[in-house]
Design a binder for this molecule. Structure first.
Ligand code: MN3
Length: 256
């Protein structure tokens, strides 16, 4: 989305901007058996919702920041007052990362063959990792090596012709905070897998390949250069329009 269109889509009173929990594109049970319905429901309806609510609560104290998307906030934390900086950092990151995580997956059709990337992304993976299998091993090892809570990403440096990289972030930090465009992400916080896989993060990560939406990853790869920087700054501002919140009767829980 270009800047002019993004501005046009903003609410007339920009100060009324509120962050919203985006609905899932699929049913809670649609990712079974790889991610079970209970895990998905709690993860989306409780964990992600709490990040959104806490972000809005923090920003209520600083209305001038309510014109900005989550990715802008994460890249401009110096502009956030110190008393809410930590809350904005954690919750804007939690919101932005989960939004991308849900879009990174889609249900598997009956008898669907194993998924692989295509197009320019497949060529870049082969060029920069040697093969798709080598990339997957690299990604799984990086995810297994995250100490505590964090995320594993396929990303690309924010420079012309930057090579693909596997990287990890702690907490809810985002690749753009270290000048990387994100292409694919997996959540390796325990809340993403513990109910189903217990301590076996490696089994969860291997199962997760079945769910990857490579069309979405290819879309992100196409955006991974500086000519698309406005789009990245607006992601999170205009994709979470009002009306997307799923009403649930889940008990309150902490963000973690
Ligand atoms: Mn999570």
């Amino acid at each position: 989305m270009n800047k002019a269109l993004a501005d046009e889509l903003r609410p007339a009173d920009a100060n009324l901007k509120t962050h919203h929990l985006p609905p899932l594109k699929f049913d809670y049970a649609a990712l079974e058996p790889w991610i079970d319905a209970r895990t998905l429901r709690l993860h989306h309806d409780v964990h992600h919702r709490v990040y959104v609510e806490n972000l809005n609560a923090a920003l209520a104290k600083c209305p001038e920041l309510r014109v900005h998307a989550t990715l802008w906030l994460l890249q401009n934390l110096d502009s956030v007052p110190e008393d809410i900086r930590s809350a904005v950092h954690h919750n804007a990151g939690g919101h932005a990362n989960h939004r991308m995580f849900w879009r990174s997956m889609k249900p598997v059709a009956v008898n669907e063959p194993a998924r692989e990337p295509g197009g320019a992304l497949a060529a870049a993976i082969n060029r920069d990792f040697g093969s798709f299998e080598a990339f997957k091993t690299c990604f799984e090892e990086a995810g297994a090596g995250v100490f505590g809570s964090g995320w594993v990403w396929l990303a690309r440096p924010r420079q012309p012709d930057g090579k693909l990289e596997v990287m990890t972030t702690g907490g809810h930090d985002h690749p753009l905070m270290v000048d990387r465009f994100p292409i694919l992400v997996n959540d390796v916080w325990e809340h993403a897998y513990y109910l189903q896989y217990e301590y076996r993060r490696d089994a969860y990560m291997k199962a997760w390949w079945s769910l990857v939406d490579w069309d979405e990853a290819e879309r992100c790869f196409d955006l991974s250069d500086n000519s698309a920087v406005d789009i990245w700054e607006d992601e999170g501002g205009n994709v979470d329009q009002p009306g997307g919140t799923i009403q649930t009767a889940m008990p309150d829980a902490s963000g973690d």
